[in-house]
Design a binder for this molecule. Structure first.
Ligand code: KIV
Length: 271
């Protein structure tokens, strides 16, 4: 029996029940109304309005430039397309790192101005005070450990994280801290599968992996990568389900040709 199919709306509690029942959690990013409608009606559990919008929607090299106002615009568009799934919104770079009051103010803006159901932020020990503050205001928080793209200039590379013992131990400790601080779930990005398995099994809260192997409680992918809209990013962990870039290119070429040759519009396509 699928918990997803039993409930009318997916909540943070539903995700916990899914973990307990061993039912995998599906999560995808979305940034606009139309794709949110498709993804929600296809039965996804969680939509993440990721700050990857900075890359795939705005064309920036990193997630750093996107602003809180821009995230609010994307998230409120997504919410209008969703009837069932849980919607989680990334707090963008610079809107929570300085102190917990600012973090709470940013989270409150997201909740008030978008109608979303939860926020996500990156980091372990250093983010705990902010997580506690946001959770104590009644806002559900999803954590994000491993490769944390907002710290790309600190890492200097998008390579697999926590391969070394010291970093793996820190990640395990950080994951425990996130759970103790009240996170309802966490993302683990680009870490070895065995480490992700250990962390997943040690926590009560659901763990959603991206490039973290099959033992996590759920998986997340960036929609533009899995649908082949963005074709420049092909990491080993990505499964590409469509090639919209090529299909759309062919469609546009046909349209250009039809216009140039006066084939479009035809008699039936005019008033
Ligand atoms: O912004 C994003 O898309 C994310 C996922 C990669 C988890 O944080």
């Amino acid at each position: 029996m699928s918990i997803n199919k039993e409930v009318k709306r997916i909540t943070t509690n539903t995700l916990m029940m899914m973990k307990q029942a061993g039912e995998k959690i599906s999560m995808l990013t979305a940034y606009d109304y139309s794709f949110a409608r498709i993804i929600d009606s296809a039965g996804i559990d969680v939509i993440l309005v990721g700050d990857s919008a900075s890359n795939v929607m705005a064309g920036h090299e990193t997630t750093l430039p996107i602003t809180l106002d821009q995230m609010i615009y994307h998230a409120s568009s997504v919410i209008r397309g969703v009837q069932r799934c849980l919607v989680v919104v990334d707090l963008p770079f610079g809107t929570y790192q300085s102190n917990s009051e600012i973090a709470l103010a940013s989270a409150v803006r997201i909740m008030k101005e978008t109608g979303a159901h939860a926020i996500k932020l990156e980091g372990g020990e250093e983010a705990i005070e902010s997580i506690k503050k946001i959770v104590s205001a009644g806002i559900p928080v999803m954590g994000h450990l491993g490769l944390t793209p907002q710290s790309i200039y600190k890492f200097g590379t998008y390579a697999v994280r926590a391969k070394e013992e010291t970093e793996a131990e820190k990640l395990k400790a950080d994951a425990k801290l996130l759970e103790e601080a009240g996170c309802f779930a966490t993302v683990l990005e680009k870490i070895p599968a065995q480490l992700a398995k250990e962390v997943t099994e040690s926590l009560h809260m659901p763990v959603i992996g991206i490039g973290a192997g099959k033992y996590c409680d759920g998986q997340v992918l960036v929609m533009h990568d899995m649908l082949g809209i963005n074709t420049e990013f092909k990491p080993k962990f990505l499964r590409q389900y469509l090639n919209i870039f090529d299909q759309a290119t062919e469609a546009v070429k046909s349209y250009v040709n039809d216009v140039k040759t006066n084939d479009f519009p035809n008699e039936k396509e005019q008033y």
